[in-house]
Write a protein that binds this ligand. Sequence first.
Ligand code: SD4
Length: 290
Amino acid sequence: TSGFPMVIATWNVNDSTAEAWRVLKEGGTSIDAIEKGCMIEEANAEGQSVGLGGLPDRDGNVTLDACIMNKEGDYGAVVYLQNIMHPISVARKVMEDTPHVILAGKGAEQFAYSEGFKKVDLLTEKSKKAWEAWKKTSQYKPIINIENHDTIGMLAIDENGDISGGCTTSGLAYKMAGRVGDSPIIGSGLFIDNEIGGATATGLGEEVLKTVGSFLIVELMRQGKTPQQACEEAIGRIIKKTPNFKDFQVGYIAVNKKGETGYYAIHDGFWVTKYQNDKNENFASDFYDK
Ligand code: SD4
């Protein structure tokens, strides 16, 4: 299927795509759809990889990464942000209201307060219990899929055909203090070129960063590949360089100017949600390691 308006996101996030779709159907812009859609998952305390309720780092601190990109190719990001429920909105403020593109840690948090964001304790009882249980063994090993990997990456096209994207996460559970993943880094966790399309990633950020996956996918589409072919080649790049690919998951989604989509992962268990042609649907992604 193709056509727009449309929105596609990593994982099963039907409420987020429904909210983005609502914005798009009312004639809203893709950048508004992205922000509003991502905010739904950030505020969901049950989701343990994004915003409120995100699993903490090894020391028990929830630290968030997010970025957003618009049709002009402008970009804004926050990394290692604490105590703020909606990093996607802070990222948008960085993009629109500052001369910079990335703000980190305390500086990002101070900026958020100055823009009127409220201080929120993001560590829920459920995530605190999970962290305390983890501390007993303190084994650090990324877990494939689900719990550990439901970063929301979202791509939207509005009725004018303009593309925007966003990506927001609490990063890998029990990461080292100070660790920043792929999600807020332009070209890795997200890339948009309104002439071509967009791509976004989920999974083990270190591997996405090393292959600059989302930029790669957009460039492959520029060379004529379909979104599906481009996602498969970007996964292939990781497989080729990383003999231990059995131990971690990466999933990509992509969209081109026509609203054609693609998605692919290393392992089984990656899902995407797409709202297009008035239907909100979940799809199981195809994968490399069969
Ligand atoms: C990261 N890509 O920080 C993210 C992880 C992820 O749900 O997808 N988490 O590496």
